[in-house]
Write a protein that binds this ligand. Structure first.
Ligand code: ADP
Ligand code: ASP
Ligand code: MG
Length: 407
């Protein structure tokens, strides 16, 4: 008998028929002689709707109350899924994150899991139940409801799989697995049979939202292998696991794109120690996460610094910087650009192969996409381009690395 965790995302529980589909699949898995834990998301659109509602009653809702509100999305789905299992003649019990023993820190809306005490889960499994757990939520030590950041049901499933030492963790979604690029953008993208944690992490954190990046981080740290599969069919999916020797022979595993980026440039900054510390200190204090940073060659003791961030954070960054610029001395001034996007190619093979940047830039040139910024890491090369060019650029780069499906 195996212990299996199955996670079903928003589209997979998007209407009553799909919830019954999930119930049937969980029952089939149990009937095959396994113990089954099901983690579910809110029905598709529900979380976004709740966010919209909150803005209609308050300009700045507190994060604590946002968590109380958003957790209701998943709570609805657990009850409905348990009802569907029971209706099909099975035995199911639903648990909120707190009831499932998921404890978190107190950072509302993006809490981190601190411990999982799965005694209740084990007991209910041993009683013959399919245990249905609300994704995306937990509870602080003093009993406040928390949520784990958008896409956080992936994290619930992987962390729970780790805590109960599951034999298998399956992430069911609305595509057949992890593809070489978002199949909605590049229809000729191909499904990746196996990918390393590091590659999945880089792809997730550079915009491939098929997995929440924090969940992949967790999976890597605690060595939780998982597969990504389609909830509507039985096609084999993608196995995400530790790196194996053969994996390095593939130079580029996948291409990611991230829209809604913005660039901030501070011109005429004095080139002396402490200036970057002041700039990025102010940004950090405003709780803004930044991505690429470029500082120019200085001339006559003056330089300029640019960085990118999520466009939604631009107003916060601007006000933080405007308050410190006068103190920097010189004539430092701010310029911003939105309507840009990031395109990344990812692969552990980049460690041992040269020419990745050259191939990528040639493809972008041929596609007439201008490069605004460039950054590289050991297993990733990323560029910023105009948002209107991003899909064309993604397709061209995907083709250039030989990733297109052959007809
Ligand atoms: P769920 O609600 O099941 O969590 P998500 O919407 O979070 O599903 O993730 C699935 C979506 O991720 C797909 O519909 C697809 O458009 C998108 N996606 C982005 N990049 C990729 C990729 N590289 N491979 C597969 N899907 C991707
Ligand atoms: N419902 C949450 C969201 O939409 C969590 C999840 O679906 O994973 O982000
Ligand atoms: Mg998701």
């Amino acid at each position: 008998m195996a212990l299996i965790v199955q996670k079903y995302g928003g589209t997979s529980v998007g209407n009553p028929e799909r919830i019954r589909n999930v119930a049937r699949r969980a029952l089939e898995t149990q009937s095959a002689g396994n113990q089954v834990v099901v983690v579910v998301s809110a029905m598709s659109g529900v979380t976004d709707n709740l966010i919209r509602l909150s803005k209609e009653v308050s300009k700045e809702p507190t994060e604590r109350e946002m968590d109380v509100l958003l957790a209701t999305g998943e709570q609805t789905t657990i009850a409905l899924t348990a009802m569907a299992v029971n209706d099909l003649g099975g035995k199911a019990v639903s648990l909120t994150g707190a009831q499932a023993g998921i404890s978190t820190d107190g950072v509302h809306t993006k809490a981190r899991i601190s411990t999982i005490t799965p005694a209740a889960v084990h007991r209910m499994l041993d009683e013959g139940n399919i245990v249905i757990i609300a994704g995306f939520q937990g509870q602080t030590a003093d009993g406040s409801i928390t949520t784990l950041g958008r896409g956080g049901s992936d994290l619930t499933a992987i962390a729970m799989a780790g805590a109960i030492k599951a034999d298998l963790c399956q992430i069911f979604t609305d595509v057949d697995g992890v593809y070489t690029c978002d199949p909605r953008v590049v229809p000729v993208a191909t499904k990746i049979p196996e990918i390393s944690y590091d590659e999945m992490l880089e792809m997730a954190s550079s915009g491939s939202k098929v997995m929440q990046s924090r969940s992949v981080e967790f999976a890597k740290k605690f060595e939780v292998r998982f597969e990504v599969r389609n909830s509507m069919n039985n096609n084999p999916g993608t196995l995400v696991k530790e790196e194996t020797p053969g994996m390095e022979s593939v130079v580029v595993r996948g291409v990611s794109l991230e829209r809604n980026q913005a660039k901030v440039t501070i011109d005429d900054v004095p080139d002396r120690p402490g200036v970057s510390a002041a700039i990025f200190g102010a940004i950090a204090k405003a709780n803004v996460i930044i991505d690429m940073i470029v500082q120019n060659v200085s001339f006559d003791g003056i330089t300029d610094v640019s960085f990118t961030l999520n466009a939604a954070d631009l107003p916060k960054a601007e006000s933080a910087l405007n308050s410190i610029l006068p103190g920097l001395g010189g004539k430092a001034q701010l310029r911003t650009q939105s309507g840009i996007a990031k395109l990344s190619v990812v692969g552990i093979g980049m460690r041992s192969h040269s020419g990745v940047a050259a191939t990528m830039f040639k493809a972008l040139a041929d596609a007439n996409a201008n490069i605004i910024m460039i950054s590289t890491s050991e297993i990733k090369t990323a560029v910023i381009v105009d948002e209107k060019d991003i899909e064309r650029a993604a397709k061209a780069v995907h083709t250039a690395f030989g990733l297109d499906a052959v007809a």
